[in-house]
Design a protein around this ligand. Structure first.
Ligand code: CU
Length: 204
């Protein structure tokens, strides 16, 4: 399957966006919904609790990988996925929106707690050891790459000033833990909600 990636470049406070195509993720993330193809995880939520994929068994997970310092793409994705959950009305209760940081060095539990509340009251923000997140991202075909922008030619950016190039897809995981489908950047909330509704109707 092919997942399109993107790069955001921030120049001072004006963000300019360049869209690149990351040809193929090389991932064989399965979309057959089967439990044996699930991508297990054990991470820390924004309240400091350990959370595993099994905690959401029997429900749908809508997962987005990103980072809180993202100038544009991540906030947009998280808003769209939150809108989609709301558009589902009561059916939305069957869907758990999840944001997994690819930048745990900066996205601590406290940072995640402060961030997720801006999007959806039920949005779970997960962080954890970088190696574990990388391994999970790999199962999903998520690619990420750190880069820096020198805002002034003679001033080098500080160590914690960087951006992340990353795959921009929102993944829908079924009640058995298997992948169902994914939504690329730009898919409207209405379409995401309609697709999820079809899966919910099929599952019930
Ligand atoms: Cu982002």
């Amino acid at each position: 399957m092919s997942i399109i990636g993107f790069r955001t470049t921030s120049i001072a406070f004006a963000a300019a966006m360049v869209v690149l195509g990351w040809q193929s993720s090389g991932s064989d993330w399965a979309t057959d919904g089967k439990a044996e193809n699930r991508a297990p995880f054990s991470l820390i939520d924004q309240t400091g609790r350990t959370v595993t994929d099994r905690d959401f068994a029997g429900r749908f997970m809508l997962i987005f990988f990103g980072y809180t310092h993202c100038p544009d793409i991540c906030p947009t994705h998280l808003s769209v996925m939150s809108d989609a959950v709301d558009m589902l009305g009561d059916d939305g209760d069957a869907v758990q929106p999840i944001f997994i940081t690819i930048d745990p060095a900066r996205d601590t539990v406290a940072v995640m707690a402060d961030y997720v509340k801006h999007f959806h009251p039920r949005l779970v923000g997960l962080t954890g050891p970088q190696a574990q997140i990388n391994a999970l991202g790999k199962l999903y075909g998520v690619r990420s790459d750190k880069y820096r922008v020198e805002e002034e030619a003679d001033v080098a950016p500080a160590d914690d000033e960087y951006f992340m190039d990353h795959t921009g897809a929102t993944y829908l995981v079924g009640p058995d833990g298997g992948g169902l489908t994914y939504f690329l950047h730009g898919v409207p909330a209405e379409d995401i909600a309609a697709t999820i509704k079809q899966f919910i109707d099929r599952a019930s």
